[in-house]
Design a protein around this ligand. Structure first.
Ligand code: PLP
Length: 374
C-alpha cells in the first residue's frame, strides 16, 4: 500500500471509531452533519487565508456576503463583523470591543451564561456581577435592574442557553437600559439560538431590532449547519471597530479581527450553507426540530418518574428522573449508544434535538429511557 492510501486508511478507521450523526444517537451535540456542498466549498478555498485580504480578496467578498446575510436575518443590514472560530471567540471579541469603547469595567452576567463569558472577563480584566435566574432558568430582569449602576460597562444575555435553550428577556433588558440613563452595552450570545429563533412562529425579539443590542454572537456551525469552524460576531455599527483596528507593520492592510490567520475554506463553506439552505430551508429545518422536540416532550409525559426541567422554548430538553441517580441513567443510555450529557444546574439529562435527530430516533430513545429508568 502506498503512503497516501496508508494514511487515508488509518484516518478512515479512526473516524469510524467515533459515532456518526447519521446514526441519530448523538443527542448532546449542538453541531450537526455538514452538507456535501459545504465540504466542496471548503475544498475549493482550502488554501486561502481570510487575513490576507490583499491576496484573497474574494474570500473577503464572500465573508462580507455571509455577514450581510446574517445581518439581514438579525434586522440590521449595516451590522459589521466576521466569521470566527466559534462562539467562544465571538464572545471574547464582543467583550473586548465593549472594553475598548469605555472606561467602565463591570459586566452583568446571568448565571446561565456560557463559560466562555467568564473566560473572556478573566482575559480582559472585567468584573462579573452575577445575575439570578427565574424559575424557568432565564435571566431575572429585576435582578439585572438592581445591579445596574454607573460602573456597568455591559450586560451579557443568552438567546438559547447551552444547558436548556432558555431565551433571556432581551427586550425587557433593552428597555431597562433605555430607562437607566446610562450608556450600557448589550451583548446577546445567540451562538445556539441565533439560527432558530428567527424561524420560530411566533417569534421572540432578541436581536438588533431592539434599540440597545450592540453585539450578537451567532454560530453557523451550530443550528446554521455549517461545518466547524464557523462562528460569527456582529456589531451594531462599524464605529465600534475603530478602537481595535490596526495596520500590521509588515502587511498592506488593516485588520480588526481577534484571530490572525483564518480559514477561507470555513468562510466559503458558510457561504455555501447559508445560500443553499436559505431562509425557507431554515424555516423547515427548525420546524422539524421543534416538532421532534414536542414529540419528545409528549412521550416523556407518558413515563412515570420523569419530569422536564423547564418547558423548552427551543430544541433542548432537560430530563429529570426522580428516584434514580441521573448519572447512572446517562451511563446506561451510553451503553446503548446514546450520547446524552448530564447538566449540573439544574441536575438533569440534557437532550438536544438537532436536524440529524429523526422522529424514529426519538421514539427509540424513549423506549431505551423507559427500560433504563424502569
Ligand atoms: N455560547 C453558547 C450559548 C453556547 O452554547 C456555546 C457552545 O455550545 C458557546 C457560546 C461556545 O461556542 P463554541 O464552542 O463554538 O466556541
Amino acid at each position: 500500500m502506498d503512503k497516501e492510501s496508508e494514511i487515508l486508511e488509518r484516518l478512515r478507521g479512526m473516524r469510524a471509531g467515533d459515532p456518526k450523526f447519521e446514526d441519530g444517537k448523538i443527542l448532546s451535540s449542538v453541531s450537526t452533519k455538514p452538507l456535501g456542498i459545504a465540504i466542496e466549498a471548503f475544498k475549493i478555498f482550502a488554501d486561502t487565508n481570510a487575513l490576507d485580504t490583499h491576496i484573497f480578496s474574494k474570500v473577503e467578498e464572500l465573508e462580507k456576503e455571509c455577514i450581510g446575510w446574517i445581518g439581514n436575518l438579525l434586522h440590521n443590514r449595516l451590522a459589521r463583523g466576521y466569521i470566527t472560530t466559534g462562539g467562544t471567540e465571538a464572545n471574547i471579541f464582543a467583550l473586548w470591543v465593549m472594553r475598548e469603547n469605555s472606561k467602565k469595567r463591570q459586566i452583568i452576567v446571568p448565571r446561565s451564561a456560557h463559560y466562555s463569558v467568564e473566560r473572556a472577563a478573566n482575559l480582559l480584566g472585567l468584573e462579573i456581577i452575577p445575575a439570578a435566574l427565574d424559575e424557568n432558568f432565564k435571566a431575572d430582569a429585576g435582578d439585572i435592574e438592581r445591579n445596574i449602576n454607573e460602573n456597568t460597562l455591559g450586560i451579557v444575555l443568552t438567546a438559547g442557553t447551552s444547558a436548556l435553550g432558555a431565551v433571556d428577556p432581551v427586550e425587557d433588558v433593552s428597555d431597562l437600559i433605555s430607562n437607566s440613563g446610562e450608556k450600557i452595552f448589550l451583548h446577546v450570545d445567540a451562538a445556539f439560538g441565533g439560527f432558530i429563533i428567527p424561524f420560530l412562529k411566533p417569534g421572540i425579539r432578541f436581536d438588533f431590532e431592539l434599540e440597545n443590542v450592540t453585539s450578537i454572537t451567532i454560530d453557523p456551525h451550530k443550528m446554521g449547519m455549517a461545518p466547524i469552524p464557523s462562528g460569527a460576531v456582529l456589531l451594531k455599527n462599524d464605529s465600534l471597530l475603530d478602537k481595535i483596528t490596526i495596520s500590521p507593520p509588515y502587511l498592506p492592510f488593516k485588520t480588526n479581527t481577534l484571530s490572525g490567520t483564518r480559514s477561507g475554506g470555513a468562510i466559503a463553506a458558510t457561504y455555501a450553507t447559508l445560500n443553499y439552505i436559505g431562509v425557507d430551508g431554515y424555516e423547515k429545518i427548525v420546524g422539524g426540530c421543534m416538532e421532534n422536540t414536542k414529540l419528545l416532550c409528549s412521550e416523556l409525559s407518558k413515563l412515570d418518574c420523569v419530569e422536564k426541567a423547564a418547558e423548552p422554548e427551543l430544541n433542548i430538553v432537560g430530563i429529570m428522573v426522580s428516584g434514580s441517580d441521573n448519572s447512572e441513567i446517562v451511563k446506561k443510555l451510553g451503553k446503548r449508544g446514546w450520547k446524552v450529557s448530564l447538566n449540573e444546574k439544574p441536575k438533569c439529562i440534557r437532550v438536544v434535538v438537532m436536524p440529524h435527530t429523526s422522529r424514529e430516533n426519538i421514539l427509540c430513545f424513549i423506549d431505551d429511557l423507559r427500560e433504563c429508568t424502569g
